[in-house]
Design a protein around this ligand. Structure first.
Ligand code: PMP
Length: 405
C-alpha cells in the first residue's frame, strides 16, 4: 500500500497546531484538505495562463481554453464517460442537482409525475425536487431504510408506478456511510424505463466510479470533497439525455446565436455552462483527480476501510456509544452519540483537543427524523488519517464522557 507519512507531507495544513494541540482533521465528508499540487495549480493558473476562455484569439486565451478543455477530458477519463461532451462543469453537487431538477422537470414532467428519492438524501437532493414540486406539481416518493441503515430494495420496487419519471439517490450516505447498491437500483429502474441520477458527493473521493459500468443517466460530484478546490463540481450526463434537456441558465457561452427574435443554444456541454466558467478551478480539480489516481482508488478504498474498521471497534469500547449506520458495505464515516451528551457539546470539547469533527443534522434532517435524533457527531476519514489520530480521537471522546460523568 502507500506511505501515509509521505502523503501527509503533501498536505501542509495537517501540520497545524490547534490550541497548541496537533490537528486531527476528521471532517473529510464536509470537505477535504488540499495537496500542494492543487494549490500550486491555482497559483500558477492565475500567474501564467489567466485569460477568459473560448472566445479569445490571443495566446493566453487559447492556452487557458486548452487547459480547461484538457481538465474536462481528465474528468471524462476519471469517470470513464464516453465523451467529454458528457462532462458539464458546475459549482458543485448542489448546483448539478438543481440543474437537473430544473431542466428535467421542465422537459419531462408534469403535475402528478413522480421522483423517487431515499430517506438518507442530503438536503441538496431533496429541496431542489421540492422546489420543482411547488412549480410543476410533481410528487416525491421516499425509499425507506432498515435498522442497519440500508435502503429497503423491496420497498423501492414497490414505489414505481406509471408516473415515475426519475430516481435520484445518493451513492454513499454522508451520515451513515452506507454504500447504496446503486448499480442494482439503476438496473431495477431501467427495467421500468426510468432514468437515474446518482449523487456522488461522498463516493467519488473514496471509491472507483465508472459511469458506463453503473449506467446512470446522471452522476454528480463536488471538487472540494475530492481534494480539489471549492466552487467547482461536475455533472456527468449521458449525451442523449443532456441533448434532450433545456438550458438551466442563460448568458454568454451557452448560445449559438442571439437576436431579439430568436436565440439558439450552443452544443454540449456548453449549453449548460452559461457565463465565464471557473477555468482555474477546473484545471486544479483535474490535478486533484490525477493526485488520487496516483495513490490509487483501490488502495484508498482499502486503507479507509481499515481505518473505519479500527475506529468503529475503538469507539465501540467507549461506554454508552451508539453508532448510527451498520450497513454491510460502508464508507469511512462514523456517526455517533455517547450516552445523553449533546452532539454539540461533544464537538466543541473535542475541538479544544485539536480534533475536528462535525456535529448536527449534517444537512439530512429527514434522516435525523428517521433515526429519532436531533443530530449526531460525525467523524469522517481520509487516506491521510492515521490510526494514531483515531486513538487521539477516541481518547478525546472518552475524556469528554468522563467530564459528563
Ligand atoms: N450530497 C451529499 C451526499 C453530500 O455529502 C454533500 C455535501 N455535504 C452534498 C450533496 C452537497 O455538496 P456541495 O455542498 O459541495 O454542493
Amino acid at each position: 500500500m502507500f506511505d501515509v507519512q509521505a502523503i501527509r507531507r503533501d498536505f501542509p495544513i495537517l501540520d497545524h497546531k490547534i490550541y497548541d494541540k496537533s490537528l486531527v482533521y476528521l471532517d473529510n465528508a464536509a470537505t477535504t484538505q488540499k495537496p500542494r499540487e492543487v494549490v500550486e495549480k491555482i497559483e500558477s493558473g492565475y500567474y501564467n495562463v489567466n485569460a477568459n476562455i473560448h472566445r479569445g484569439v490571443h495566446f493566453l486565451s487559447m492556452a487557458a481554453t486548452e487547459a480547461h478543455e484538457e481538465a474536462r477530458r481528465t474528468v471524462q477519463r476519471f469517470l470513464n464517460a464516453r465523451s467529454s461532451n458528457e462532462i458539464v462543469f458546475t459549482r458543485g453537487t448542489t448546483e448539478s442537482i438543481n440543474l437537473i431538477a430544473s431542466s428535467f422537470a421542465d422537459a419531462c414532467m408534469s403535475a402528478g409525475d413522480e421522483v423517487i428519492v431515499s430517506v438518507m438524501e442530503h438536503h441538496s437532493n431533496i429541496v431542489p425536487w421540492q422546489i420543482q414540486a411547488a412549480r410543476h406539481g410533481i410528487v416525491l416518493k421516499v425509499i425507506p431504510m432498515d435498522e442497519k441503515g440500508e435502503l429497503r430494495l423491496d420497498a423501492y420496487r414497490e414505489l414505481f408506478t406509471e408516473k415515475t419519471c426519475l430516481v435520484a439517490v445518493t451513492h454513499v450516505s454522508n451520515v451513515l456511510g452506507t454504500v447504496n447498491p446503486v448499480k442494482e437500483m439503476i438496473t431495477l429502474a431501467h427495467e421500468r424505463g426510468v432514468p437515474v441520477l446518482v449523487d456522488g458527493a461522498q463516493s467519488v473521493p473514496h471509491i472507483k466510479v465508472d459511469v458506463q459500468d453503473l449506467d446512470a443517466e446522471f452522476y454528480v460530484f463536488s471538487g472540494h470533497k475530492v481534494y480539489g478546490p471549492t466552487g467547482i463540481g461536475v455533472l456527468y450526463g449521458k449525451e442523449e439525455w443532456l441533448d434532450r434537456l433545456p438550458p438551466y441558465q442563460g448568458g454568454g457561452e451557452m448560445i449559438a446565436s442571439v437576436s431579439f427574435e430568436k436565440t439558439t443554444f450552443n452544443e454540449l456541454p456548453f449549453k449548460f455552462e452559461a457565463g465565464t466558467p471557473d477555468y482555474i478551478g477546473s484545471v486544479a480539480l483535474a490535478e486533484a483527480l490525477r493526485y488520487v489516481e496516483r495513490i490509487g482508488m483501490d488502495d484508498i478504498a482499502a486503507y479507509e476501510e481499515e481505518l473505519l474498521r479500527y475506529a468503529t471497534a475503538r469507539l465501540g469500547e467507549v461506554e454508552g456509544a451508539r453508532i448510527f449506520g451498520q450497513a454491510a458495505h460502508k464508507g469511512a464515516v462514523l456517526s455517533f452519540l455517547i450516552g445523553d451528551i449533546h452532539h454539540y457539546d461533544m464537538g466543541m470539547l473535542l475541538d479544544r483537543l485539536g480534533i475536528a469533527v462535525r456535529t448536527g443534522h449534517h444537512c439530512a434532517q429527514p434522516l435525523m427524523h428517521a433515526l429519532g435524533v436531533e443530530g449526531t457527531v460525525r467523524a469522517s476519514f481520509s487516506f491521510y488519517n492515521t490510526k494514531e489520530e483515531i486513538d487521539a480521537f477516541v481518547a478525546g471522546v472518552e475524556r469528554v464522557r468522563k467530564m459528563f460523568g
